[in-house]
Design a protein around this ligand. Structure first.
Ligand code: SME
Length: 173
């Protein structure tokens, strides 16, 4: 087993100040990219990202993927955290909104988001980012936090960049 990534230990559930969270994510980024280099298998990529982002984002209580398994249906993929819902239609929840629109959903207070799916009643904020390959939605990255405002715009942009670089077209490899 590899050592994973090297980051300062932070207790699960800790919401660091935003600049510290961004610095931690930026420190993790090259290590995550190195761990994924050359990998093209979708499950290997998703499982490793779920594992390493869990380390990089201590404010998260859930970190993982929902995969597109139908025209308008997501099913749970590799994740860390408590048990998630198994299937999410595009019409439901924050993940569904992301899949439907193809746009990142940054939700500082899930109670203010109509139709939010409460898999874990402790969740207060959420960040969901689309994963596309060759312009097609293949999955979404779902991050939940028990803190209000647990994720920032800067974290969202960094993670969008990481996903864009990690899930390239297989044809381009
Ligand atoms: N809260 C999500 C559902 C997925 S779980 O929380 C893991 C949503 O509304 O899409």
């Amino acid at each position: 087993m590899s050592e994973g990534i090297l980051l300062a230990k932070v207790a699960r559930g800790t919401l660091l100040p935003e600049p510290e969270r961004v610095a931690r994510l930026r420190e993790a980024l090259p290590q995550i990219e190195a761990a994924l280099a050359g990998e093209t298998d979708q499950v290997a990529l998703q499982a490793t990202l779920a594992c390493l982002l869990w380390e990089a984002l201590p404010q998260a209580n859930w970190c993982g993927f929902y995969r597109r398994v139908g025209e308008r249906l997501l099913a749970v993929g590799p994740y860390q955290g408590g048990m998630g819902c198994l299937r999410i239609p595009f019409e439901k929840g924050v993940c569904g909104a992301c899949a439907r629109t193809g746009l990142t959903q940054l939700v500082p207070d899930v109670h203010a988001f109509p139709g939010h799916i409460a898999c874990d009643g402790a969740t207060r904020s959420e960040l969901v980012i689309p994963v596309t390959v060759d312009g097609q939605l293949v999955a979404v990255l779902d991050l939940d936090s028990p803190h209000l405002d647990g994720f920032s715009e800067t974290e969202a942009r960094i993670l969008e960049g990481l996903l864009a670089g990690s899930f390239c077209s297989t044809a381009a490899r």
